[in-house]
Design a protein around this ligand. Structure first.
Ligand code: 3HC
Ligand code: NAI
Length: 697
């Protein structure tokens, strides 16, 4: 294996150049290479200084995350940083691209730091459930003070070079070849007799109100534990000597590395990237994608158009009449004004997007030049079929015809055209210009390059795209239906919707199922229940109190009342007193004596329902791998990132226990709690969902 760190001398300076594509992660070989390079430089009598630079697109993107969970290999990173810092030679880093995590910790171990104006620095370990574990929590506060260091580490944000200079993380910002500007900088330092300068020797940061900082961090973390640990590590930097502080940091880092939360977040890191790597698409080129059509400019169509415009695609949006078209334009402009306010686009960009890039029309002939159309009209098969027949007639050959349907059969929609191979489902989530998830729904006849184009569109829009097969609700909404049903059953048996929402936000969900229902609109579920009523199995438990609420004209947030009451113009809500009355009436009718539920039981039943349905979705091939389901729940359904997704959660809990609980619940409702055969076979074989991920399916 070639050494990923090369050594060359330029006059009195030894240049250590890291070349470990794609992002110069600090693998064992890189750590060893840096350590050997330092030894060699110190042994060379002509060398007075060392300059560390990175090859390719980054200086160093941090520790090699693939090594986490494996046996530690020497030299370890904290020791390497200290070894660099304690060198008798003057050591500098010249940075470009990103310098993240362990990469910044290496840089903080050097004596001087220079960077390109475009460089970005950060300590993003927080997003992996960790803390900076190679001296970052001890050195950074010595430069920036405790408050700023905590803010940087808890946000994990990337700091631009200009701000890093102001904060004292950098000594100089200069444009040019990183090695050349680095050499010039170090030569200047040598010429001026600049001293070695160790961050660890700077005075410790002044104390702050640690308890307030700790409590504030945990509140912001919403269940994420490492944010509190970061505060404790910074506290150690202030209260202990450097060596002792380093030891404390190491201990806390190792504790976090063993935590389920870190395992969940690392699972998310790798799989949010892996979901769009489909083996069957290797070598398949996507079709051209310059202009898209959107049919229907309601909630979803307007959001999809906004996302496309922000991604620099031209958009032609078709509505049923001028009034509807004007309303759609209003919605899109409102969304873009939000982007303008947040500084995502400039006023001239806003003007260009709303005039040149966006066309509203009421006639399908305007779609002649678009490369892909997303239909987002009412959720009604007859309407969808009519629209697709019109699209078939109006769109050019090779144009892709996509539906944003939530539940309907994409095969049936495709059959309404003469080109089913060009038809696909592209299921966005509301609001479509904000939510990260895109389900790419592959129908029986969808061509491979159409699927590739669906993923390409997702990439351009900045989405996490997940492949789904065709079934009622695809991956996400199908699983949602199952765990939502479990919640409804608990309501009938005695848990209040408010206790359930609170137990689940306590678990880490962004919202509980009843608050979500109010937000999405209760009429959708009501219509679905009516649609399915005829095919119900006699053993199926279907609560009807929510139907009573809809019959009384309450559809959630949009009507001001649902499970909660909403005051006009306010985001706050209070429980709707009508709900307990309706529930009590139904319990009396069904002869149910309500019982108490603990929050723990609520979470367990909810999660078991989610895992059981998810296992069925994997087994049926609707989802390609268990990790794909995890990413759907993470990016579309508010599952906490630190949980990794339901199937990662199940692995961490132990599948045998999850199955045992499902079998136990089945004793009271065998119709709903049918254990997934895949779950049973994994338990029987002593395997996990992650074993299936590793096997590729
Ligand atoms: N270790 C191992 N692999 C890494 C990696 C890392 N630190 N960072 C990125 N990669 C891999 C990715 O998995 C991806 O692999 P793939 O092509 O097989 O999917 C490849 O590098 C390219 O990554 P991206 O697709 O994400 O490329 P981008 O250009 O979009 O982003 C990046 C580059 C900003 C560096 C982004 O990858 C990133 O944020 N990486 C993680 C950075 C990080 O968290 N660093 C801290 C690590 S923990 C640490 O340092 C602990 C220390 O304190 C002890
Ligand atoms: P909506 O009711 O807000 O908007 C539908 C729009 O389509 C209306 O503006 C209507 O005028 C227009 N329309 C109807 N028939 C048309 C036709 N023949 N030609 C052109 N325009 C037509 O509905 P929403 O919520 O935007 O949903 C649209 C689709 O997206 C549905 O299939 C829905 O299931 C799906 N979806 C909805 C989500 C949501 O959270 N609302 C999430 C994901 C998918």
């Amino acid at each position: 294996m070639t050494n990923p760190v090369t050594y060359e001398t330029q006059g009195a300076i030894a240049v250590l150049r890291i070349n470990n594509p794609p992002v110069n992660a600090l693998s064992q070989a890189v750590r060893q290479g840096l350590s050997d390079g330092m030894d060699r430089a110190e042994a060379d009598r002509d060398v007075k200084a060392v300059l560390i630079v990175g090859e390719g697109r980054a200086f160093i993107a941090g520790a090699d995350i693939t090594e986490f969970g494996k046996l530690p290999m020497e030299p370890n990173l904290p020791d390497l940083c200290t070894r660099i810092e304690s060198s008798p030679l003057l050591v500098a880093a010249s940075m470009h691209g990103v310098t993240l995590g362990g990469g910044l910790e290496v840089a903080l171990g050097t004596h001087y730091r220079i960077a390109q104006p475009t460089a970005r620095l950060g300590l993003p370990e927080v997003h992996l459930g960790l803390l900076p574990g190679a001296g970052g929590t001890q050195r950074l506060p010595r430069l920036t003070g405790a408050d700023k260091a905590i803010e940087i580490m808890i946000s994990g944000r990337q700091i631009k070079a200009a701000e890093a200079l102001e904060l004292g993380l950098l000594d100089k910002v200069e444009e040019g070849d990183p090695q050349e500007v680095g050499l010039a900088f170090v030569n200047e330092l040598l010429a001026n007799g600049a001293p070695r300068r160790a961050v660890s020797e700077l005075p410790a940061a002044a104390p702050i109100d640690w308890e307030a900082a700790h409590a504030g961090a945990l509140k912001k973390g919403r269940g994420q534990i490492n944010v509190g640990t970061i505060v404790r590590a910074v506290q150690a930097a202030s209260e202990l000597g450097f060596a002792e502080g380093m030891e404390r940091e190491r201990g806390l880092f190792m504790e976090l590395l063993q935590s389920d939360q870190s395992k969940g977040m690392i699972h998310a890191f790798f799989n949010e990237r892996a979901v769009s790597n489909l083996p069957e698409l290797k070598g398949v080129a996507p079709r051209a994608l310059n202009a898209i059509g959107v049919i229907g400019g309601g909630t979803m169509g307007a959001g999809i158009a906004t996302a496309a415009l922000l991604a620099k695609l031209d958009v032609v949006l078709i509505e049923t009449g001028q009034e509807q078209a004007d309303a759609a334009r209003g919605r899109i402009e409102g969304n873009l004004q939000g982007a303008l306010k947040r500084g995502k686009i400039s006023q001239p960009q806003y003007d260009a997007l709303t005039t040149k890039a966006l066309t509203l029309a009421t006639n399908y002939a305007s779609l002649g030049e678009v490369d892909l159309v997303v239909e987002a009209v009412f959720e009604d098969m007859a309407v969808k079929k009519e629209v697709f027949a019109k699209l078939d007639a109006a769109c050019k050959q090779g144009a892709i015809l996509a539906s944003n349907t939530s539940y309907l059969d994409v095969d049936e929609i495709a059959a309404a055209t003469s080109r089913p191979e060009d038809v696909i489902g592209l299921h966005f989530f509301s609001p479509a210009h904000v939510m990260k998830l895109l389900e790419v729904v592959v129908a029986d006849k969808t061509a491979a390059d159409v699927v590739a184009t669906g993923f390409e569109l997702g990439k351009r829009l900045g989405k996490i795209s997940v492949r789904s097969g065709v079934c009622d609700g695809f991956i996400g909404n199908r699983i949602l239906a199952a765990y939502r049903t479990a919640a409804d059953h608990m309501v009938l048996d005695g848990a209040s919707p408010y206790q359930i929402d609170s137990a689940l936000t306590g678990f880490g969900f962004a919202m509980g199922p009843f608050a979500v229902g109010d937000l999405a609109g209760l009429d959708i579920g009501w219509m679905t229940r009516k649609r399915k009523a005829a095919d119900r199995h006699p053993d199926e438990r279907v609560p009807t109190y929510a139907d009573r609420l809809c019959e009384e004209g309450h559809f959630g947030r949009k009507t001001g009342a649902g499970y909660y009451l909403y005051e006009a113009g306010s985001r706050a809500s209070v429980p709707n007193p009508r709900i307990p009355e309706l529930i009590a009436a139904e319990q009396a009718e069904l002869n149910i004596t309500p019982r108490d539920f603990s929050d723990e039981e609520i979470v367990r039943r909810y999660m078991c329902a989610m895992v059981n349905e998810a296992a069925k979705v994997v087994e049926e091939g609707i989802a390609r791998r268990p990790a794909d389901v995890d990413m759907v729940l993470l990016f579309g359904y508010g599952f906490p990132r630190y949980g990794g997704g339901p199937l990662k959660w199940a692995d961490l809990q132990g599948l045998a226990g999850v199955l045992a609980d499902i079998e136990h619940y089945a004793q009271e409702d065998a119709w709903f709690w049918k254990p997934a055969p895949l779950l049973k076979s994994l338990v029987a074989d002593g395997r996990s969902f992650d074993d299936l991920n590793r096997a590729g399916g």
